[in-house]
Design a protein around this ligand. Sequence first.
Ligand SMILES: Cc1ncc(COP(=O)(O)O)c(C=O)c1O
Length: 395
Amino acid sequence: MTPRIRNAAYPGGALLDDEETEAVARVMRSRSLFRYYGPTEPTEVEQYEKQWAEHVGVRYALAVNSGTNALLCAVVAAGVQPGDEVIIPAFAWISVPNAVLQAGAIPVVADVDESLTLDVDSVRRALSPKTGAVLAVHMRGGSCALAELMTLCDDAGISLIEDACQAAGTTYRGRHVGSFGRVAAFSTQYAKIVCTGEGGAVVTDDRPSHLAALDVHDPANGLRRGEAPSAYPGLNFRSTELQAAIGRVQLARLPDLVERTREHARRIYDLVEALPGLTSRRRHDPEGENGLAVVVFARTPAEATDVWRALSEAGVAAVRLYQEETVDLHVAKWWRPLDVALEQAGRPRPVLDRSLELLARGVQIDVHPLFEAKDVDAICAALRAAAPLRASAAA
Ligand SMILES: Cc1ncc(COP(=O)(O)O)c(C=O)c1O
């Protein structure tokens, strides 16, 4: 019989309840929807920012209206100048190259390794005198090789920027991701575990970077701070009080939810270790992952397809990481704005063979915070059942 497993697609959206409704109602009753003034003193965004800073373990947080705009703020705030190169991974989300391009810089694509994050040797090879920053993306809730990347950036005298949009709750060696780079970005879009529909946060320990991010997100921010108008052509990425009110409830829930997803993911990874023909993604800090995704590699793309099909037929929310014929904006091959920019700059398109070969063998299983033990049992049973398929395919 097909096991019934909770749909894992929207970890944040699935957990919106009366608390968020009451928080929104509170702001509506106050009629103060704007963060900087209103009929009553607005405090939601300010408190939400304090909560983010405290959670990540940094001095400053700025709430913005999306993860994409948090990334643009982070790139500019990290000191990236127009014409600089910024090293990014071949597997991320299209907002990553786009934020770099919007900052007037040139994305240089490096390979990912079995961790689905930047391959440090590939980053080293991509360094040039024009490199202004490395933008490391903590994909699918797993941390990058932060120690190595920090050393590399320090040695090269460039900034490390963290994209933690998929990694709320993830830690590395006991500290939250987002606290390692000069600046980091989070997303609270609908599919994220901290969910405000749309939204994001820019976090940093560095005051000049925080001030720069304020100016990118709000053209009047210099004046609001009692300073001269900013020279930066800032846009408007401000968060509303309504988003922040939802976010405060959501962020407070995060530690409990991650405790559950981590345990679920651990059980599934333990099983994968025992299954021939499948390997777990490389994890730079297995205990620190937020556990929202389990990623396994098959030996060939065809075997990955078999595994994915068997899981899907058993009701498991699973996806392949890359299929040659399918448009997927997580994969550099499909980043058209980057192609156009490279062509205009007379630069070659990146060679992605290594990353694509790896991604084509990858299968991701989504883990939902509301899974019960029986849901994880069903996923494990489905994974075990996928093994004979692989064996016969290889025979
Ligand atoms: C790795 C990564 N970076 C950036 C973003 C952009 O965030 P948003 O959708 O909030 O703009 C996302 C969103 O999915 C993401 O996964």
